[in-house]
Design a protein around this ligand. Structure first.
Ligand code: NAD
Ligand code: UGA
Length: 453
């Protein structure tokens, strides 16, 4: 099939590369000229394991192309995916300006029946607005070209995006119950057939339910994490170990082991914004999602938990202290810094006068950009933040090491060398990477999340 993907970000590029890899002719369209230039010259604008190889081989095979030309991208295509960002607006609702701009662009260029696939995470009712935006443009051109808008939310995780896309647990598709909708349903079946072997993974439903499903899934996962974080904080107070508790409850299949890790709060481009957007949808309908209110505020507080421990240990004035930070990305396997807990912790330390030396295996470029934006207007604080290229340089002369992201490279460090380099052998671990007893034996003062000291 010939397919276009609008938006070459984490979702768009993965979708494009994977669909090309199973034989489709895929064109990627983005308004960001720099991104398209990078892709055309053989680079990749994001870090996602395995993606570079798939993009390269499909580009070489002529199945994957990149353009900023909407006419080239949008005429004579069987399906056009919208995979642009839906960031939080000022009130927390999803900002649909990019989705609707993409829809209008589609309306300006389609010529034959086209299935428009909404892959961006969008509130209930967006497919209708997308349909109206396309129809308005099509009508202005005096055409009577048919199209159908389907909702096909994406459930991939950054860092495991290729695996998630090519071996999905489910493929949710919301279609209209009319003739174009039926045609769209068949197109989606054909497109996803390579990922739908052995067992049926496609879940067809009405469009509004498909849109809602995406928010419900992210809200459920965020709720699990915030609940585990609250339990972890209580476990600390009562002298229990949240890691033992996690294993104890996860073994019940009704609960399961996934997404039960306590830590320094969830970040990323989706959980925080999608929780806010769902709460805002509820407000629009005169309702309140009380649990999600709590999920969100517990998470904001959890991002401060390490700061509280540091202040308790070193005092509120940290102007004589140097802290080394391992891990800046919101999770391992990605260079994404959106809503990363490290941004909150580093900002809080700088605010208290500390010097911070930071390292991340892949997110350094994004991190520098993110902190430059966060610290705009605060040159003095910014001067106290530095980045090093070697993880062991972070700890040289530092008063303590702070672990923010559970990258593999941090899991079994040379503790003797760590101790020798640190000014004081103190570790604050936001991801529970190490065993408290082992750390005690090593003579390292160790603070983690939800475990006895
Ligand atoms: P992103 O910010 O990485 O990429 C979005 C891209 O869209 C950018 O390259 C931008 O230049 C481009 N764009 C914006 N407006 C455009 C327009 N009018 N025409 C063409 N291109 C345009 O975003 P992302 O992380 O890939 O997320 C995209 C959507 O997918 C969001 O709704 C998000 O919630 C959802 N989602 C993301 C993930 C994830 O892991 N990142 C997973 C599932 C769902
Ligand atoms: C999340 C969902 O897992 C995807 O299914 C969804 O498609 C995506 O959001 C989206 O809609 O964009 P992602 O944000 O890439 O994926 O990363 P996750 O692995 O879910 O982690 C999110 C945050 O939760 C990270 O900060 C991570 O450290 C934290 N987390 C995760 C925990 O604190 N504990 C856990 O047990 C799991």
């Amino acid at each position: 099939m010939n397919v276009t993907i609008i938006g070459c970000g984490y979702v768009g590029l993965v979708t494009a590369a994977c669909l090309a890899d199973v034989g489709n002719d895929v064109c990627c369209f983005d308004v960001d000229r720099d991104k398209i230039d990078v892709l055309e010259s053989g680079g990749i604008p994001i870090h996602e394991p395995g993606l570079h190889e798939i993009v390269a081989r499909n580009k070489a095979a002529g199945r994957l192309s990149f353009t900023t030309d909407p006419h080239r991208a949008m005429t004579q295509r069987e399906a056009i995916f919208i995979a642009v960002g839906t960031p939080s607006g000022e009130d927390g609702s999803a900002d649909l300006q990019y989705v609707l701009a993409a829809a209008s662009e589609i309306g300006r260029h389609i010529e034959t029946f086209t299935v428009v696939v909404d892959k961006s995470t969008v509130p209930v009712g967006t497919a209708r607005r997308v349909r109206e935006a396309i129809a308005e443009q099509v009508a202005q051109r005096g055409l009577d070209c048919m199209f159908s808008v389907v909702s096909n939310p994406e459930f991939l995780k950054e860092g495991a995006a290729i695996e998630d896309f090519t071996r999905p647990e489910r493929i949710v598709v919301g279609c209209d119950d009319d003739v174009p909708g039926e045609r769209a349903r068949e197109t989606m079946k054909r497109l996803y057939a390579p990922y739908n072997r052995n067992r049926e993974r496609m879940l067809f439903m009405d469009v509004r339910s498909a849109e809602f499903t995406k928010y419900a899934a992210n809200a459920m996962l965020a709720t699990r994490i915030s609940f585990m974080n609250e339990l972890a904080n209580l476990a600390e107070r009562v002298g229990a170990d949240i890691e033992a508790v996690r294993r104890g409850i996860g073994s019940d299949p009704r609960i399961g082991y996934h997404f039960l890790y306590a830590g320094c709060g969830y970040g990323g481009s989706c959980f925080p914004k999608d929780v806010r957007a769902l709460m805002q949808t509820a407000h629009e309908y005169g309702d309140t999602l009380r649990i999600l209110d709590a999920v969100s505020s517990v998470n904001a507080a959890q991002k401060q938990v390490l700061v509280n421990k540091i202040v308790e240990r070193f005092g509120d004035d940290l102007s004589d202290c140097v802290f080394g930070v391992w891990g800046l990305a919101f999770k391992p396997g990605t260079d994404d810094m959106r809503e990363a807990p490290s941004r909150v912790v580093v900002a809080a330390l700088l605010e208290r006068g500390a010097r911070v030396v930071a390292f991340d295996p892949v997110a350094m470029k994004e991190a520098k950009r993110a902190f430059a934006a966060d610290l705009r207007g605060e040159p003095e604080a910014r001067a106290r933040l530095s980045f090093v290229e070697d993880q062991m340089d972070v700890v040289a002369g530092a008063d303590a090491l702070i672990v923010m992201t559970e990258w593999k490279a941090f899991k079994s460090p040379d503790f003797d060398s760590l101790k020798a380099r640190l000014k004081q052998p103190i570790v604050f671990d936001g991801r529970n990477l190490y065993e408290p007893i082992a750390m005690e034996e090593l003579g390292i003062e160790y603070y983690s999340i939800g475990r006895p000291r």
